[in-house]
Design a protein around this ligand. Structure first.
Ligand code: IPM
Ligand code: MG
Length: 362
């Protein structure tokens, strides 16, 4: 079968890592008898340079008409880039928010997994790591504080800024369903994270999640307050299977979860709509300091491509093959600089892509 993929290399290391993910997809296609065609569009700083906006209507339309989207990273050095001398809605990150909203990508799946080979990079004590951890954060991505009404104005001579946290029951229900569905394929445990001791939106969240849980008798559901969850992640990460949470809490907790794996360069993510359409991107940023130097770790993007195979195209064997190839390269001791340790073989971004592609087998 042939699949149309929109690629958005973006800024910084984005182009290098997307190139490697496409290399791996092409190889998986060869081995399993599929073909992929890639159409590239601009988003972020490079789009600002070319068109004056971080995402054009045409780019959004191209993405919408494809089978899936592969994104590298957008944005530059905030303190030192012309892209940030403009209004917030014209900055590189606004492109990301616009494509999420524009394609209705409300379900953001962020796995955080401790690779045995990389356990040395985990900042937690061995007694806490125990048998490791393997969790998924299901973050709501098109609601809450990110998309509520916001303004800054003077009230009685005092400058006042307002951001609004809004959720309706339908938005909560659809993300809860996604979380329960994914938990059914895992260890069947959902921890829903909220701030129900303070926020109305969280109390509604809890109610609706409880309702959805009734359709999933096999799933064990519990609730956790977000401040406690931040603490539990570094105290006992092994207790989590699926974490279900709203947009802002998910933003914060997913950075924490990725940090405790010690290898943010390894973590993939998917942002999906109601059907199987999704945008796949590494969890890390554009790392402008190492851009263009063949130093970036392409593994998170390659694993994101594997998620695309699995979730958008239902190609489970192909996704398994890519994940296995990544595992094999690590077991053989190949590392990019960010995950390098003594006794390992240091390779660049392109070489890492080659090594993984070579190991894809049926
Ligand atoms: C993320 C990022 C974005 C977010 C930024 C770049 C707008 O931090 O994908 O987690 O806050 O969602
Ligand atoms: Mg974030």
């Amino acid at each position: 079968m042939n699949y149309h993929i929109t690629t958005i290399p973006g800024d910084g290391i984005g182009p290098e890592i997307v190139k490697e993910a496409c290399k791996v997809l092409n190889q998986a296609g060869q081995v399993f008898g599929h073909s992929f065609d890639f159409q590239e569009v601009l988003m972020g700083g490079c789009s600002i340079d070319a068109y004056g906006v971080p995402l054009t209507e045409e780019a959004l339309e191209t993405a919408r008409n494809s089978d899936a989207v592969l994104l590298g990273a957008v944005g530059g050095d905030v303190g030192n880039s012309r892209w940030y001398d403009v209004a917030p809605n014209l900055r590189p990150e606004a492109g990301l928010l616009a494509i999420r909203k524009g394609l209705n990508l409300f379900a953001n799946i962020r796995p955080a997994y401790l690779y045995r080979e990389l356990a040395g990079a985990c900042p937690l004590k061995e007694s806490i790591i125990g048998d490791g951890f393997d969790l998924v954060i299901m973050r709501e991505l098109t609601g809450g504080l990110y998309f509520g009404e916001r303004y800054t104005k003077e009230v009685d001579g005092v400058v006042t800024a307002v951001d609004t946290l809004t959720y309706n029951e339908n938005e909560i229900r659809r993300i809860a369903v996604k979380a329960f569905d994914i938990a059914m394929k895992r260890r069947k445990r959902v921890i829903s994270v909220d701030k129900a001791n303070v926020l109305d939106s969280s109390r509604l969240w809890r109610n609706v999640v409880e309702q959805v849980a009734k359709d999933y008798p096999e799933i064990t559901l519990s609730h956790m307050l977000v401040d406690n969850c931040a603490m539990q992640l570094v105290m006992n990460p092994g207790q989590f299977d699926v974490i279900l949470t709203e947009n802002m809490f998910g933003d914060i907790l997913s950075d924490e979860a990725s940090m405790i794996t010690g290898s943010i360069g390894m973590l993939s993510s998917a942002s999906m709509n109601e059907s199987k359409f999704g945008l796949y991107e590494p969890s890390h940023g554009s790392a402008p300091d190492i851009a263009g130097k063949d130093l970036a770790n392409p593994i998170a993007t390659i694993l994101s491509a594997a998620m695309m195979l699995r979730y958008s195209f239902d190609l489970d064997a192909e996704a398994d093959a890519v994940e296995k190839a990544v595992q094999q390269v690590l077991t053989e001791g190949y590392r990019t600089g960010d995950i390098y340790g003594e006794g390992c073989k240091k390779v660049g971004c392109a070489k890492m892509g080659d090594l993984i592609a070579e190991r894809i087998a049926r």
